[in-house]
Design a protein around this ligand. Structure first.
Ligand SMILES: *Cc1c(COP(=O)(O)O)cnc(C)c1O
Length: 373
């Protein structure tokens, strides 16, 4: 991944610096509105990153010690960590081999009477089956949080992927398609939830610092509950506004390059590439491939061979339950997760990629696979 940043972003950030108001202020408010509009969400609450956004969402829901939060292990570890931050226990659900996402079946297998929230991830930009997962959670009376970190611009049944979601958390880390350096957003439908989220991300203050400043009269804030400092800066939001405008082009180009990968790699026996599910489209935030079963080497062997040709691939999406941080978690039976994480790699894909560069990746991969069959 390479971020796609230009002079416009540099100028927008500089303008904020020159204005003298660099913390959360008018640019953040503007970015929140613009992003919520793009995402088809009622409200946008900018936060410092997606991890704090997930933490805030669980805190809002009142999840705490003694509670279980069902999450996929097959995700960046922040998804599971969010449950830990509120004192709850993450319980790992397996995923579907085609999408890498949780399904009603994999969730149902691990939901217990102590489950107080489910975090479902649109992994690598591939949407999970929102209607089906929501129906299960509704039936069980369990709130559903979307981890939409990777999914800005993905679609579900023709609409933005988390539109109408009660709570979704987004990431603007440079590894995602829209970046503000660090940064995130929570989107919410309910106005009261949005108000409380705004307060919680700013120390529990009754009036935001920006609003107090803008009022021109003396107004004292109260601290109504113990909150957090999860704010975004106006410098980041100014960059985000430009990035948001570019996003449709970025996604179109990624989908074009992904289509080319599909064509070129379709010839490789036994290799499987991530693709759109029948109910939606991915923004191809990650282009992952599963190595052929008859390839005798490991994913590290392939990455090493690619590296020798100047191609920087990455290991597949991680399995959180295999990391030392979760060594003491209850044993989980996650065969699909373990297979995908061991046998997949992520190929380079970025807006500026040329077809020649893509050809180098493809021939490198083909050669690497030939080596050990
Ligand atoms: C990147 C990512 C996160 C964390 O986002 P940050 O903004 O870096 O905190 C969480 N969940 C998933 C699925 C991610 O890919």
């Amino acid at each position: 991944m390479k971020p796609f940043l230009g002079e416009e972003e540099a100028l927008a950030a500089a303008e904020v610096v020159r204005s003298g108001w660099v913390a959360q202020g008018p640019r953040v408010a503007e970015f929140e509105q613009a992003f919520a509009g793009y995402a088809g969400a009622g409200h946008g609450i900018a936060v410092s990153n997606c991890t704090t956004g997930l933490h805030l969402a669980l805190h809002l829901l009142g999840v705490g010690p003694g509670d279980e939060v069902v999450v996929p292990s097959f995700s960046f570890i922040a998804t599971a960590n969010a449950a830990k931050y509120v004192g709850a226990t993450p319980v790992f659900a397996d995923v579907d081999p085609a999408t890498g996402n949780v399904t009603p079946e994999t969730l149902d297998a691990v939901i217990t009477p102590r489950t107080t929230a489910v975090i479902a991830v649109h992994q690598g930009g591939v949407p999970f089956d929102v209607d089906a997962v929501r129906a299960l959670c509704d039936r069980r009376g369990i709130p559903l949080v979307h981890d939409s970190a990777c999914a800005a611009g993905s679609t579900y049944r023709g609409r933005p992927v988390s539109s109408g979601a009660a709570l979704a958390a987004w990431s603007f880390h440079p590894r995602k398609l829209l970046t503000t350096g660090e940064g995130g957003m929570v989107t919410a439908e309910d106005a009261e939830w949005a108000t409380r989220l705004r307060k919680l991300r700013e120390h529990g203050m009754s009036v935001s610092a920006a609003d107090r400043h803008a009022q021109g009269s003396v107004k004292l804030e109260a601290y109504e509950e113990v909150g957090f400092n999860f704010r975004m800066t106006d410098m980041q939001a100014a960059v985000g506004l430009i990035q948001l405008r570019k996003l449709p082009d970025v996604i179109a180009r990624r989908r074009e390059l992904a289509g080319r990968y599909h064509k070129l790699l379709g010839e490789v026996d036994g290799l499987r590439c991530v693709a759109d599910p029948e109910y939606g489209t991915t923004n191809y935030q990650s282009f992952w491939v599963v190595l052929p079963d008859d390839y005798a080497g490991t994913s590290v062997d392939v990455l090493t061979a690619l590296q020798a040709r100047g191609v920087s691939g990455r290991r597949g999406i991680m399995a959180s339950h295999l990391e030392p941080a979760y060594a003491d978690a209850p044993k989980a039976d996650l065969p699909v997760t373990e297979h995908l994480t061991r046998r997949s790699i992520i190929l380079p894909l970025y807006h500026q990629m040329t077809e020649a560069e893509q050809d180098t990746v493809v021939s490198g991969l083909v050669d690497a696979l030939r080596g050990t069959r």
